[in-house]
Design a protein around this ligand. Structure first.
Ligand code: PBG
Length: 329
């Protein structure tokens, strides 16, 4: 509301000095606002670069202690684990998801043993890193079946909880899975394990580099439009969130991030649940490759990240989370 008129009111007054800009700033970022994704790969002594994501790596488990130690020193509250799975371990049912010796399970145990509760661990629940067709669930007549998939996701969630995962993050977009996963966690004594639902996940072309990072790139048959959300819709996002809240989600995710700031705001205006934005791989690639080094130093990344806070996000999953020293300086 503008009261008074020129020249009584000069909005430039409070912008004039740095101290004053700091005094009236409406949003800010700290390391507490970030979740760092970490890609895991089999083998020893590996720090593998990912072509489409400069500055992001896949790490073998013997490097994990070092990676987590750095994350803790940087003040990050949570990391998210994503496995690169060898094609040999993939099958139609994504069986490797339920192998208690899989990469994610081993990583959770290692991290918990060494770092206890110094940092939170979040794990995706979905079958796409493990299926030979790259889809998030079980295919029947070329269609991802909902209820059969949910049965497997319940087991995947329980396994991750047993290993010590703190935040179960279903990213599969099956209907009804949050309620079923909550029930099963509670029944088995994991009442305090949180659920961060990828409630609003769009069928997006911005996930390309991630699929490269987890090794599902060439495999995906068709697309995910018949289970992930249509990017032309926003009312539907509210319906998804309201269902997941009723089913017991502790937090909800909007994904991708930057093209969906309106959705973050819409959800925040309608529900008072913590909202997490996922600045996805395609956004990272665009920002990292698309602007020259000088522009990054001059704040392009910071400007993009602050927009999530302005829209109402409580936290951001970002591949920049381990590079904040430079970005927030
Ligand atoms: C798995 C999953 C995806 C991403 C996170 N979890 C890919 C997909 O759904 O195809 C994408 C993350 C990114 O692009 O950074 N379901």
């Amino acid at each position: 509301m503008i009261t008074g008129k020129f020249p009584n009111l000069r909005l430039r007054r409070s912008r004039k000095n740095d101290w004053s800009r700091r005094l009236v700033e409406e949003n800010n970022l700290t390391s507490n606002d970030f979740i760092l994704p970490i890609f895991l790969i089999d083998g020893k002594n590996k720090k593998q670069s990912i072509k489409s994501m400069p500055g992001v790596y896949r790490f073998s488990l013997d490097k994990i202690e070092f990676v987590i130690d750095k994350a803790i020193k940087k003040g990050l509250p949570t990391i998210a684990l994503f496995p690169y799975t060898d094609n040999k371990k993939k099958d139609l049912l994504g069986s490797e998801a339920l192998n208690e010796d899989n990469l994610v399970c081993k990583a959770i145990q290692l991290i918990k043993k060494k770092f206890k509760n110094e940092i939170g661990i979040m794990c995706d629940v979905a079958l796409d890193p493990y299926t030979s067709h790259g889809h998030d669930g079980i295919l029947k007549n070329n269609y991802v079946t909902n209820d059969e998939t949910v049965k497997i996701l319940i087991k995947q969630s329980l396994l991750q909880a047993q290993m010590g995962c703190d935040i179960i993050a279903p990213s599969d977009m099956m209907d009804g899975r949050i309620g079923e996963i909550r029930k099963s966690l509670d029944k088995n004594g994991y009442q305090m394990v949180q659920i961060l639902s990828y409630a609003v996940k769009y069928a997006s072309s911005f996930y390309g580099p991630f699929r490269d990072a987890v090794g599902s790139k060439g495999l995906l048959k068709g697309n995910k439009k018949n289970y992930q959300m249509d990017f032309r819709n926003s009312n539907e996002a509210l319906r998804e969130v309201s269902l997941d809240i009723k089913e017991g989600a502790d937090m909800v995710m909007v994904k991708p991030g930057l093209p969906y700031l309106d959705i973050i705001k819409l959800i925040k205006d309608n529900f008072k649940i913590p909202v997490v934005a996922y600045q996805v791989s395609g956004e990272y690639s665009l920002l990292t490759n698309g602007v020259d080094k000088n522009l990054i130093d001059n704040g392009v990344i910071l400007e993009s990240l602050i927009s999530f806070k302005r829209a109402g996000a409580n936290a951001i999953v970002s591949y920049y989370a381990d590079k904040l020293d430079k970005i927030l300086k």
